[in-house]
Design a protein around this ligand. Sequence first.
Ligand SMILES: C[S@@+](CC[C@H](N)C(=O)[O-])C[C@H]1O[C@@H](n2cnc3c(N)ncnc32)[C@H](O)[C@@H]1O
Length: 256
Amino acid sequence: MLSAQDWHARFLQQAGWTARLREYLLQRFDLARAHRILEVGCGTGVVCAALGRQLAGQGGPGESTYGVDLRFDFLRLARQASPPTRLACGDGYCLPFRSRAFDAVYGHYLLLWIAEPLRMLAEMRRVTRPGGALLCMAEPDYGGRIDYPTELASLGRWQADALAGQGADPNVGRKLAGLLVQAGLNDVQYGVLGGEWNAGAPEGGQEWQMIEHDLSGRVEPHRLAALRRSEQSARARGERVLFVPTFYAAGIVPEE
Ligand SMILES: C[S@@+](CC[C@H](N)C(=O)[O-])C[C@H]1O[C@@H](n2cnc3c(N)ncnc32)[C@H](O)[C@@H]1O
């Protein structure tokens, strides 16, 4: 069982992966001019905090970032991570805001976990003003995952199965652009996050913490331990590749 602090560490790691993409989206959608920005499923507030800092650095509304999440224990950490963010404990299917309240609304590693993504996108659209932006900044696609050397491929398959078992959609990344089009957004733009790695660098332990969390009770511990040893030696040889295509998509709420 992962604690809220463990999740916070994972969210910090994921936010590191998307930092440059968020910088691009901020420019592309002119978010520095937005007055009110909402993150749905803000978790422990890592992205709200980073975005607030980025926007403040560009003369934007660093004080007008909002976050909503279902989990109160996450929001307690968000209060520390991002003091200026206004936080609400609430459900993304039924946001506690009036219609058209925000200039931009976004999710970050959110729709993966959402059983009815179109229904949530419709609600996110409701609270975005016409002409405002709705952004899904990062959604993974485990069906397109590359694990190398080949002996490690089972890890990717097991993890995708485990996510599906937890109610997630492991292939949501490839569906993202179509979902935004179906949600009625204009000018939908989408793409895949890039990545850079250092061959030979050891894994910090976080990836294995997630693997062990996802696969506990599904894969015998001795098999996992053997795979972990194989992975460590592949890393030491500079051969290890672990790539999960992670999509973003964003569009504009039509003027009525
Ligand atoms: C993978 S976490 C991402 C957290 C944060 N966006 C980040 O990237 O650091 C997904 C978050 O969505 C939240 N969530 C899931 N379903 C939700 C719902 N129906 N309404 C609001 N938040 C939800 C979870 O509690 C969790 O904090």
